[in-house]
Design a protein. Structure first.
Length: 433
């Protein structure tokens, strides 16, 4: 009986390492069919999950029902598994270089319990070659086992879109790969147990790694083009969204929009490809330029806001600014790599003291620790500038006259994503990308 049959009959267990935005949904879906061990290094996260609470606030309590799963922060519990799925973050450091710390730490954890015949599958986004060049040697060194002969490795990149209730885990085609024909098939069949949309079998681990990283890089470059257009059109006093609306009437026009590009994927993954390209002696010009533009947009928005405040003959040091939204995208609690923090930081550099930030999803303590931003429960008083930074559904439901109730005279209304451009608050000075 091969490993696949042992897993589906629950004679062997599957372990998921990392119970965050990616790992927890995977663990729960597998636990509806298999016997699962869900491991995370944070005991407080594990305890919360045991109570049926998703710390990421993506899953409802009923999602935890009917699952055959052991949640644990004890690495010794992983000894009972034969198939390991590593789903931990792959961030960048302060110099925009890949930080493989989390994935290598998870690799060491698995290596300490790795046995002959085990499988290790990585879901964390990395540059092509990382799995076999950085992770596999560590598995071999610590376990004393030999790659392919004693254990198999695969790569199946995550494609979860936080906050998206339509394109959920099971409804997105899964890309999978293995180190040989046998492992490729077993890994694909294992994922087919939970992926309704089907599994695409990549020809190699490197191909699967590359496929994932260009998904986000492609999107990043397209958004960067839109952002550059907004910089140009702003000088021409043209509304970018009106231009895109007109251009979008052609059937083959790609509908991307300007905005802040943050989060743990699009704002990070391209740097992994740039890093690898540089190692190989190639300067990734388009990718690097796109990243430069997108990373600059927070500062640009703040500067434009400041210009408009001063044009209204207001003293910057006395100005009161409200920023609505701090998460990296709408309707999620994730603040990782939020570019709204760049807006706040730039505004502070101009000596503006009162910057109130509100968000119905973000965690107060997490936001304070990560960005030194104290969230306010609600707007207070009158503001000289109101910046709608994140299009949470709660904000989209507001009538335009609501903003008049919290606006000072000659208030600047900054609508970053242009959602209020057809329903502009009367009497407010409107601006968007």
């Amino acid at each position: 009986m091969n490993l696949y049959n042992s897993i589906i009959t629950k004679q062997e267990k599957l372990a998921v390492i990392g119970l965050g935005y990616v790992g927890l949904p995977i663990a729960i879906e597998f636990a509806k069919k298999l016997s699962i061990i869900g491991f995370d290094i944070k005991p407080e996260r594990v305890e919360s999950i045991k109570q049926g609470i998703d710390p990421s606030r993506e899953l409802e309590p009923e999602a935890f029902e009917g699952c055959d799963i052991l949640y644990t922060a004890n690495p010794n519990d992983l000894k009972d598994a034969k198939f390991y799925v590593i789903a931990v973050p792959t961030p960048i450091d302060d110099h925009n270089l890949p930080d493989l710390g989390p994935v290598l730490a998870a690799t060491k954890t698995v290596a300490n319990v790795l046995k002959k015949g085990d499988y290790v599958v990585y879901e964390s986004t990395v540059y092509p070659g990382c799995t076999e060049q950085d992770c596999v040697p560590l598995l071999e060194e610590i376990s004393g086992l030999k790659y392919i002969d004693d254990f198999k490795v695969g790569f199946s990149p995550e494609r979860i879109n936080p906050g998206d209730k339509e394109h959920t885990l099971t409804k997105i085609v899964k890309v999978s790969s293995g180190c040989d024909a046998e492992s490729s098939e077993i890994i694909a069949k294992t994922y087919e147990l939970i992926i309704e949309a089907g599994v695409h079998r990549a020809s190699s681990i490197k191909v699967a790694e590359a496929a994932k990283i260009i998904e986000n890089t492609q999107r990043d470059i397209n958004i960067a083009f839109m952002n550059e257009l907004s910089l140009i059109f702003n000088r021409m006093d043209i509304n970018t969204y009106e231009v895109l609306e007109a251009a979008g009437t052609k059937w083959n026009f790609l509908k991307f929009f300007p905005g802040l590009v943050g989060g743990h994927c699009i704002g990070v993954d391209p740097y992994y490809l740039v890093y690898k390209a540089k190692q190989l002696g190639h300067h990734a010009q388009i990718i690097s330029s796109g990243r430069s533009i997108n990373d600059s947009m927070g500062g640009y928005i703040a500067k434009e806001t400041v210009k408009k405040i001063t044009s209204a003959d207001k003293n910057l040091k006395d100005a009161r600014i409200l920023i609505m939204g701090v998460t990296f995208k709408e309707n999620v609690s994730d603040i990782r790599n939020s570019k709204v923090a760049d807006v706040v930081s730039e505004l502070r550099s101009f000596g503006i003291k009162i910057i109130d930030v509100v968000d119905p999803y973000a965690d107060y303590q997490e936001t304070l620790e990560e960005y030194y931003i104290q969230l306010s429960e609600k707007p207070t008083g009158k503001y000289d500038a109101i910046i709608v930074a994140v299009n949470h559904k709660e904000y989209l439901a507001l009538e335009s006259n609501y903003f008049n109730t919290i606006a000072a005279s000659s208030c600047i209304f900054v609508d970053i994503k242009g959602v209020f451009r057809n329903n502009r608050p009367e009497g407010l000075s409107y601006w968007s990308l």
